[in-house]
Design a protein around this ligand. Sequence first.
Ligand SMILES: *Cc1c(COP(=O)(O)O)cnc(C)c1O
Length: 712
Amino acid sequence: MNRKLQDLASRLLGDTPAHEQAPLSVEDKLRELSFNLWWNWHPQVLEMFRQLDPAGWAETNHNPIALLKRFAPAARVAELSLENTVSFHYRRLQEYLRGEGSWCDAHAGGLQAASIAYFSAEFGLHESLPLYSGGLGVLAGDYLKSASDLGLPVVGVGLFYATGYFRQRFDPTGWQTEEYGHVDVAALPLRRPVGADGAPVAIEVPCNGETLHAAVWLARIGRTLLLLLDSDVEANPPHLRGLTARLYGGDQVTRIRQEALLGVGGLRALRALGIRPAVLHLNEGHSAFAILERARERLEEEGMSFDDALRETSLQTVFTTHTPVEAGHDRFPADLVERELGWLRAALRLDPEPLMALGRANPADRGEPFCMTVLAIKGSRRRNGVSSLHGHVARRMWRPLWPGRDEEDVPIGHVTNGVHVRSWLALSMNRIFDRYLGADWPARQSDCATWRPIAAVPDCELWETHEVLRRYLVDFVRRRAGRPGLLDERALTLGFARRFATYKRGTILLTDLDRLARILGDPARPVQIVFAGKAHPRDDAGKKLIQDLIAVTRDPRFGGRLVFVEDYDINVARHMVQGVDVWINTPMRPMEACGTSGQKVVLNGGVNLSVLDGWWAEGYDGKNGFAIGDGLVHADPAVQWARDADSLYRQLEEQVVPLFYDREGAAPPRGWVERMKRSITTLAWRYNADRMVADYVRHGYLAAGGRLSADW
Ligand SMILES: *Cc1c(COP(=O)(O)O)cnc(C)c1O
């Protein structure tokens, strides 16, 4: 087990060693529980916090640290007679942290003495920690939680965004506006690590003739650590203090500086904490400068040539690419790269052109900008897309980097994304799993045999549980909208929530409004749709899509059966994926690299209705959900849109609605429940983040680990 990481964390965060501890007070225990995000995927701990102050729990956005500031904890615990509960959960956390007999012990012993640095520009861990914008971040958060559960010695590396990502608001015309708040660090589970000299750890990175300083924050995510860099420190001139204020805010200069801080600064911060990672895992290309920084260290410490240093570094580096969308790959012009990273180039003893060549598909093309994805590919030996189909797409996309090779010989594989099960699972579904799969099912979740007993769950039990979850969603939507009469608790409820990027075709359901009105408006078989999602602040096309959608939700023809929930975040996502009957996903194939929200739906008994793209292209088996289209792609996007719209309506009219409403008296819809069960048994074992992390260990880390030393 990763004892080393735990010991290191205790030392850095100034914990009192266990053997010197006086018996801990209730306050101390609560504090420890609130400062480790472990509580987030342990529903009983969550329930304990909620019990302490139910109103405060909602008002603090489910933030236990903020919650505990609202009252005197010891008195409240005594009043509610929760002393034993607090002690029980505290002991559970300590046992978890000791982590004896973890998956890592059994399957990846070689990694125990090492550490894995996982770099990501965003981490989506909980709604109270706004370090994410969407899927990439939520994936990174789920990855850390599963790495923790498996006992893998991982340190996440990211940036601390003082204003987080924006909150979505609307003007009266339905146009999205962005609101940036200020995050109260004192209410977040972050602490400043202290170095050997007793001072808080800080790092420096050269920045266009000046020095960029950054403070380091640490968060505990179960057994893993998350390290965050923060430029808002007094040592910085004012124009650099705001560098990390916003996630994906600002221009190209801000962007390249944030990425230099993430990659170069991230590695320096690990060093400053005494961590020498054996594996560098780059989650998307934003952090690829870490490769150059690691090569620089080798050059300087081991006296290697640049070529040798780059080769050695690539052997320890795993790179995951996440999107076929062009705008998802950062490209910087040569003069900007030289201005911002000329110091690093000089330290690598390179001329400007050879450095630029590392970021170019065609090194000889002097007009080509510097692409972070290309650097990440050239500086890593293990590279992967995030679904089987996306693996193909990525090989085609990056084939020019290997001139003369066939597409199938391009060395980019795939690891399909998965979700952290207990972060997305409703408590009532968790209880069903405990009862029918055995209480140790979480540790066996990636084994398909684990899920077979779902077939034996009585239809009534599964159906009634799901009906309650739908009711929770309806309540949630009503509360958020401030309209008590909205929606129908018993109607077939479809959900659609995602970023409003054009390729996701968020308005495809509106293609034929009369046909849609007929589907939704049948009094005997009512259907309703809940929408949510943000557009990027600078994406006016995306904002227009949302505006069109909001206009339709106000159309009297739909009689309140279409609603748009404002400010999509992890909290909204959790309610939606737990309460919908059907999850709709309509990307333009093959642009959705994976998609993970539909996987969250599966766990809660919802069923997918999706284009055969991303994970659904490999997950759909003909009976475990519904498909839009047949997986073929027409060259003309307008034709493809029309075909997919027709297929979507047809699926709803001919399959989804009839199956859902096929009832005998008050009995559950048998065919529908069968499909729910088939969805869980065929998909849950595979599309979870434990399986994903185990795949990274087997196909990435252990391979890099052939060369591992216990070199911390
Ligand atoms: C799961 C999740 C996503 C990713 O979902 P996609 O299927 O990739 O669209 C994005 N945002 C939030 C808040 C999520 O919870």
